[in-house]
Design a protein around this ligand. Sequence first.
Ligand SMILES: Nc1nc2c(c(=O)[nH]1)N[C@H]1C(S)=C(S)[C@@H](COP(=O)(O)O)O[C@H]1N2
Ligand SMILES: [Mo]
Length: 520
Amino acid sequence: MSTGTDRVGRVAPYVAGIVAGAAMLAVGEALAALLRQRTGPVAAVAELVRDLTPAGLVKGFIELVGTADKPILVAIVTVGALALSALAGRWRFGWLVLVGLGVLASVAVLVNPGESGVGAARGALVVPPGLATCVGVACLAVLQDAARAAAREGRDATGATGATGGTGRRRFLVIAGGVALTAVVVGAAGRLAGRSRRTVEAAREALLDRLRATPGEVPAGAQLDVPGVGRWQVPGEQFYRIDTAFAVPLVDPDAWRLRIHGMVEKELELSLADLLDRPATEAWTTLCCVSNPVGGDLIGNAWWTGVRIAPLLAEAGVQAGADAVLQTSEDGWTCGTPLGVLTDDRDAMLAYAMNGEPLPIEHGFPVRVVVPGLYGYVSATKWVVDLEVTTFDAFEAYWTQRGWAPEGPVKTQSRVLVPRDGTRVRAGEVDIAGDAWAQHRGIEKVEVQVDGGPWTTCELGTVPSADTWVQWSTRVSCGPGDHTVVVRATDGDGETQTSVRTDVVPDGASGWHEVRFTAG
Ligand SMILES: Nc1nc2c(c(=O)[nH]1)N[C@H]1C(S)=C(S)[C@@H](COP(=O)(O)O)O[C@H]1N2
Ligand SMILES: [Mo]
């Protein structure tokens, strides 16, 4: 009779750990679904595990289990987390285990290439693992406390006193059962909350064939063969992400409409089907962010497919006196774009495909604006729903209200990507390489200066137009010791980028990028 009580006392700490771990997992997954993130913490850890596993092993595993690889990995991570939580339940400092799991999950979501959020979007990424850890630790404390009471009671029962109250045991079972039940309910609610994202994800997949977008063939000679110089064409999952959306807007492509109105003769309303019926345009355009510091990586280049905006505005009939288009997104973000860049001959478009696929949800699905030559904050509205022809005098857009300039043409910039700052290379002939951009003016020349010596002109990769970045490289001889390399670019108008360093506010950073490395 007493052994039963004793057994409860012995297993209670493990149960406490598992239940606390389950609560932590449920909260993390539910929050990620609520914030409409692409992956929950568990899947992010599974993807991290996959990415850190040698490629050969991963291939063998996929050959073995086929398309079940993801669910299996997720199951392994879940079971692993619960097993560690069970052990944590036995340990006085078991909460450290949960914190460790939380840190692992936070790192996993932050390094996940599919979650390249910056700013609000990036902050939102660590909310699920962070809050989940807090909940897990709190549950563990309460459950361990109850488990200890139950165990004490078990010991007393087997002892000489023979007191068999059982209230501690019952209390533990009630608390553990309650937490477990709540975890199940929260987990189920999370599944439900994730449904809207899965629905839009499915609608996106269904569009794959309807778009007739080509995948984009990188022009010969654009991609330099220097390790570390990066990909000339950036895949959607690796493309930098900037927006104010804490939870990404989920737009049903069938219900999506774009209104073109304001100072026009005739308002237009377009559905996605209307756009797909119109002549498509396809172009390489490099997009970059005004808040990119010198040498920063808030820039990417992709092959965009969509409909040019100029003919649409012509069809609407722009009235005299208009000089701007106020763009609005589904989530209420706004930006103001000079009318001129939307009506001249550049490929300013309503893009519905990126690198031959429907836009990724994070990059504006189903339709966004892409304008060569302007920073994203004044041109590249994702989830766009409204274009109002107006005047700059008549409005203040989202970032203009917050101290940024009303107009934002891209400044000529260049960066050194090889060697990386602070790294060591072999002395001798050293590869120096990077990229440069001045969208819509183009890059004419890139020069580097090593250790304050003369400026050397670099070799440039080919480009299809003036609207993309250019990769450049050169080779210099570097003896053992510390070196610095500075880069500067000259744009298609013959203007060399200024060495004057400015902050990113109000209209983009200027200045030369400098990198230090050691040869030895
Ligand atoms: N709806 C919406 N569109 C937006 C933004 C935003 O916050 N909301 N940010 C803009 C900014 S500042 C930039 S740099 C680009 C980034 O586009 P990307 O995330 O696809 O790289 O989107 C632009 N479009
Ligand atoms: Mo930006």
